[in-house]
Design a protein around this ligand. Structure first.
Ligand code: ADP
Ligand code: MG
Length: 898
């Protein structure tokens, strides 16, 4: 166990002797033993013992100690004012943080101040703006296995629930296949997950923090109750028990993380039956309800273009592929012209989940087309959207009662641009945009309320007044009037008293300790009237009060205090009233987000000269795929270099397997990815980098990059490669687009070729997937000639004056020979080495230099044992599955060694 977590040993040994405060710390550490407890002591959050030692090192803060009669304990503290940045570092170091605040004023109690965990900060449940990326969601996930009940079949499904606590986005899905769920997980990249008792944690990627949590919240009945308390009948909403379990558990976890269990603060004094290790007591989290969770969206992974983790990475959706690649060298980097955080997140969601349904895709294309056509509308919308605050997180804060008056004003400022945005869309034509116009609800009632109630530039503090506008509340105005009159009376006092006493230097002043006073310098003390009472003696003067001044002062202070309280009350009322409109605000936020994302797509389309792709009906290509691209470009590569050579692609059920050859660096990988990216962009609803494009929507994109090309990923084993290929061969179908980039390289050439060939045949004959296969195995091009739906493409290079010139132009047919040797010449490799390479290349079986020796040895089969040679000859390579091939090779190799 990490010594920074759980109750410190040094305290546990003598819990009952500890001082009350240290016992509190010990007990909180025991209850929240998955987190580092930050324990408020005055203006600091303190940690002790192991946690102190760890935080001191991580946060570079001083390690001190606290000594009392029971011993000396290491201690390290962080200032509360600056806590967020420290908390962030603790999160980055892989910790969760439980923040234990003092929940009563030190003056209110005779004993030790009560402390309670008021929030638990974990990577997946952040709501603090400072800790969140504005343009992307931050998800926490739950996974649960379904166990059937009497009423539902015992389908062994795995479900995934995803929640962004900061925005209220809540999604659920399930599948009979664990791999499908793993793919969904990688789509959303949750930062943290809770895992049901019988669910496999290995569907989660390594970066995802797994948080242990009370198994009981995953129970079908309990989870169902939790879900229904938010969204109504879970059976009507969700598709399986597994989903209900996952959603219920996730809600319970979000409630737990939101507020810990501060019964102390709520003062209900109920005794917990299970103090330790069971963070959530049944049905007792009312105070932590997340009111802004108003919708739960259930989806089927098959409703969207499926992208597994490898495809997400290799198509550079969100992360650059090259290790030292430019940050923005990604699809989202190219497309993101959004003006506000809402739009940024929407665009990312669209990229993550490209559509399948042609009507839905075309609705987006229509809108993008219309916006592309009008520079003015586009630019005005963009300008207006820049003034839109992050409404989703704003309304979340308002609803969680964590918003201040400035947040309300930000909401109001956002509402103020809505009518202008509606005007921009006044002449909108297509359905999507006219619908959006109607969804842009200006929430005039909310805006008026905030306008009337809250001053234009309120302070951050919400308890110290200065928030509520004049004229909003008669009581408040009265109190302010009283205070004002009193102050006026005091302002006039100086002149009155100077006249009455004849002391010209008499002054009326104020200080925070003694309040108002009348100051008279020593030479004038004789003239002081009777009703002056001495308050304070200074070096050169005396300060006095009068009973009347005192009375006025009390009146002012009283009125001001009551005014502050009244303001706080009024502010909370306004905040609650606004919170009641959470659904409308969320709907508006969604409309603004959608508009921003569409404008962004249109801006990118106009800026980079994209075209509108034509989407073919799913039936158009006989259940297969038709991909017809003229002058296509790689959206990311074309942005990172000066010129780019466009290339077309023509794939159909009759021509669905392309074997692509060409020397290194000629453009094979770029070409294949650009085809996939164009397809993906089209299904996102974007225009595409091409002169023209016609496409049937693709159900799944698989990409596999040969082990030799994935050195950065550190996964160079041939086995991994084969394993990934096996998935494709099993899961792909005629609506899949498969990219194979130099697979079968992780082993010696002969094996690699055998396997590449077997895979090609299988994809062609059995799977029927549309496949682009870049390979250095030239014999594959011959194979392509024999398979009716296969064909060859190649990249040619020229050599002039010993220099290799890349045209990056795709051409029909196979490349002639490997240019590796020529490239070596051009690079200045010594003549003798190049000559020897030529010799080797010209030998009958193609081989790589590393196999040369072996090749020589067995060149005439002389030294190959007859039995092995016979077996090899007998092998029907064309009909081997990859796994068979492997097994066979392994056996033959053993035979040889014997
Ligand atoms: P290969 O896979 O054949 O080794 P790549 O696709 O990795 O080659 O391309 C190598 C480099 O060539 C790319 O990084 C890019 O800079 C350039 N390139 C590729 N295709 C094009 C093109 N169509 N137009 C211009 N440059 C290109
Ligand atoms: Mg390549």
């Amino acid at each position: 166990m990490d010594p920074a977590l759980g109750p410190p040993d040094a305290m546990a040994e003598k819990r009952d002797e500890l001082t009350p405060m240290m016992r509190q710390y010990h007990d909180l550490c025991a209850r929240y033993d998955e987190a580092i407890v930050l324990f408020q002591v005055g203006d600091f959050y303190e940690t002790f013992c192991g946690a102190a030692e760890r935080s001191a090192r991580l946060l570079e803060i001083a390690l001190t100690s606290r000594e009392d009669s029971t011993g000396e304990y290491p201690m390290a503290g962080i200032p509360i004012d600056n806590a967020e940045s420290y908390i962030e570092e603790l999160l980055e170091a892989g910790y969760r943080v439980a923040v234990a605040d003092q929940v009563e004023e030190p003056g209110e109690t005779s004993g030790v101040v009560e402390r309670a965990v008021t929030r638990i900060v974990t990577p997946g449940t952040l709501t603090e703006d400072e800790l969140l990326a504005s343009d992307d969601n931050n998800f926490v996930a739950a996974i649960a296995r379904g166990r059937g009940t009497d009423t539902r079949p015992a389908a062994d499904e795995l479900a995934l629930a995803l929640l962004d606590v900061s925005t209220g986005d809540f999604l659920a899905t399930s599948s009979a296949s664990d791999e499908a769920i793993a793919d969904e997980v990688s789509r959303f990249g949750p930062a943290e997950a809770v895992v049901g008792p019988d669910a496999p944690a290995d569907v989660l990627p390594e970066e995802c923090m797994v948080t242990p949590f009370d198994d009981r919240v995953f129970a079908r009945d309990r989870a169902g109750e939790t879900v229904s308390s938010y969204f109504g009948d879970p059976d009507a909403l969700l598709a399986s028990d597994a989903e209900i379990r996952a959603c219920g558990a996730l809600l319970a976890y979000a409630e737990y993380a939101r507020g810990g269990e501060h019964e102390g603060e709520r003062g209900d004094g109920t005794e917990r039956d299970d103090a330790v290790n069971s963070p959530v007591a049944a049905g007792k989290n009312e105070g932590n309800r997340l009111e802004y969770l108003t919708h739960l969206t259930r989806y089927d992974p098959r409703e969207y273009l499926l992208l597994d983790a490898v495809a997400l990475r290799s198509l550079e959706l969100f992360e650059p592929r090259a290790v030292r690649g430019r940050e923005d060298a990604t699809l989202v980097g190219v497309l993101d012209e959004t003006a506000c955080a809402l739009g940024g997140r929407k665009l990312r969601d669209w990229l993550r989940r490209p559509l399948l349904e042609p009507r839905r895709i075309e609705a987006r294309h229509d809108a993008v087309e219309e916006l592309t056509g009008s520079v003015q509308t586009r630019e005005h919308c963009h300008e207006l959207l820049r003034d839109v605050y992050d409404l989703e997180r704003l309304i979340g804060r308002i609803s969680r009662e964590r918003a201040n008056a400035r947040d309300l004003r930000s909401l109001r400022d956002t509402l103020a641009v809505v009518p202008d945005l509606r005007d921009q869309l006044a002449d909108a034509d297509c359905d999507r945009l006219t619908a959006l116009r109607d969804e842009l609800d200006p929430l005039a009632d909310v805006r008026d309320l905030i306008d009337d109630a809250i001053v234009a530039d309120p302070p951050i503090e919400i308890t110290e007044g200065g928030i509520v506008a004049e004229g909003y509340d008669a009581d408040l105005d009265d109190l302010r009037g009283t205070a004002r009159d009193g102050k006026q009376w005091i302002d006039d006092l100086e002149a009155r008293e100077r006249e009455r006493t004849g002391i010209d230097s008499l002054k009326v002043g104020y200080n925070s300790v003694h309040g108002y006073y009348i100051e008279v310098t020593n030479p004038n003390l004789d003239a002081v009237p009777e009703n002056y009472q001495r308050r304070q003696t200074l070096k050169n003067s005396e300060r006095f009060v009068t009973p009347e001044l005192k009375e006025r002062e009390d009146e002012i202070v009283g009125a001001e205090e009551r005014a502050d309280e009244r303001e706080y009350e009024l502010f909370c009322d306004v905040r609650r009233t606004v919170a009641d409109e959470v659904k409308r605000v969320q709907r508006l936020a969604d409309a603004l987000a959608t508009l921003d994302a569409l404008v962004s797509l249109a801006t990118a389309a106009a800026q980079y000269d994209y075209c509108r792709p034509e989407i073919l009906d799913r039936e158009a290509a006989d259940g297969g795929l038709e991909i017809d691209i003229e002058g296509g470009r790689h959206p990311v590569v074309e942005r990172t270099q000066e010129s780019f050579v466009p290339n077309g692609a023509r794939l159909s059920p009759e021509r669905r397997l392309a074997v692509i050859t060409g020397p290194n660096m000629s453009g094979k990988s770029t070409y294949m990815r650009q085809v996939a990216q164009i397809v993906l962009l089209a299904q996102v609803g974007s225009f595409v980098p091409a002169r023209a494009a016609r496409l049937t929507p693709v159900d799944r994109i698989f990409t596999r990059v040969g082990a030799s090309d994935d050195i950065a990923g550190g996964r160079s084993t041939f086995m991994v490669e084969m394993d990934e290929l096996a998935t494709i061969l099993r899961d792909a179908d005629e609506r899949s687009l498969v990219l194979l980039d130099e697979v079968g390289r992780g082993t010696s050439t002969a094996d690699g070729l055998a396997i590449a060939q077997a895979i090609t045949e299988h994809l062609h004959d059995e799977v029927g997937a549309t496949t682009l296969f870049a390979t250095h195995h030239h014999p594959l091009t011959e194979l392509a000639d024999d398979l009716p739906a296969a064909f060859t493409l190649h990249f040619a290079v020229d050599q002039t004056d010993g220099e290799v010139v890349f045209h990056h132009e795709i051409e029909p047919g196979a490349a002639t020979g490997s240019y590796g040797v020529e490239v070596a010449t051009a690079a200045g490799v010594p003549e003798a080495v190049v000559d020897r390479s030529r010799e080797l290349v010209d030998q009958p079986a193609s081989s790589s230099p590393s196999d040369a020796q072996q090749q020589d040895q067995y060149a005439d089969g002389g030294e190959l044992p007859a039995d092995v040679a016979a077996e090899l000859r007998a092998l029907d390579v064309g009909h081997l599955t990859p796994v068979d091939a492997l097994t066979e090779l392994d056996r033959l190799q053993r035979l040889l060694e014997e």
